[in-house]
Design a protein around this ligand. Sequence first.
Ligand SMILES: [Zn+2]
Length: 442
Amino acid sequence: MSVVVEKYDLVIRNTRIRGRPYDKTFDIAIVNDRIEDIKEHINGHGEVEIDAKGRLVSPAFFNMHHHLDSVLTIGDPKYNESGTLWEGIAIWAEYKKKITEEDILRRVEEYIKWHVAYGTLFIRTHADTTEKTLTTVKALVKARELFKDLVDIQVTAFPQDGIMTEPENAEYLRKAVELGADNVGMIPHNEYTREDAVKSIEVAFKIAKEYDRDIDGHVDETDDPISRNLEVVAKYTLKYGWQGRVTAGHVTASHSWDPAYRYRIMPLIRKAGITIIANPLINIYLQGRFDFYPKRRGMAPIKLYLENGINVALGHDCVLDPWYPLGVGDMLQALFMAIHVDQMMGWSDLFKALDLITYNAAKAWRKGYEDYGVEKGKKANLVILNGLTDVDVLRILGPPLYVIRNGKLIADNTGPERQLKVFYKGKWEVVDTYFHRATQPR
Ligand SMILES: [Zn+2]
């Protein structure tokens, strides 16, 4: 009598799994790109075996709001000394004069490896459509294809300077979608008037409907409490039957909305099935700039939205660019900031926090949602985190130990000297996240 020993492509041993009791550990067997089995002990062995030593496994992270076109441009042509949004815009306007597809792709290629090493395998990026050449759109659509072994990218056509501010901007937005952008963006609070803001939202929805795209707007990114474009976005979401297909990024004004107004608007946002994307690192840094002390926190009230049955996820927004001088593409940093700013650190809150960069985000990402999670039959996009439970992960921070993409080990951060390693173009590569160009202030 012979005993059949099962062979798997990859087996993760001795891991805690988010969503299951933490007093037990499990083995996870992977075949091809999927989870074949999860049991307390799996017989047989894997081509690759990982001993998680009791650490927590989670589905890979999402970054739901990012500007890949500007990553790693910090200091060029100069550093932002005031640290304001406005100085950032001026520096970026200078930089943009010389931007090329090659330049964007080179920076994105370098940066994406950091992002992967830190466990984020899904990035939704904005691409500026108000540049006549649509260089960033073309480059980021290419990036989506070029780096698909490392990450899933969604590109949002983003009319940075507004849709109604120049007669041709709506046409460029449409062109960007024709060039392959996944989602239609908007920035109603940057239009000249409330009337134009409403029109711009309508234009975005028309394009989304015509090309069957989701909506991903910058909405009410201001401390101005009378910036109330989210209600208009909700109205059009219902009008076009786009429930579940709309995300509103930032919505920092909702922090400052009058409580009576918030009370009225919450059921409408829930009804429209809009996901709010907060960008905690950038919001806490760039908002509240017109306040002396006390300063507003300038981040969407995440807890309040969640309590009202509204989906919330997070973005990193910027890394080493004219608007944000820090960051390494680690979504745990964004999450760490979010739970402090919005005081979401009750003991039970801590065990839900990771949802903001995992399941909640997957819901808004939509594509492949049914395949997302640590369950038998689902795609193996996993991170083995540096902690035994969610609380450890949020306390200790830093990169995960291992990252698995579509069933393959793609990042291994267990080497000496805190080395990060990513599997790219058929070989292991040490990822250097130091910023070598940094200069000291004179
Ligand atoms: Zn943004």
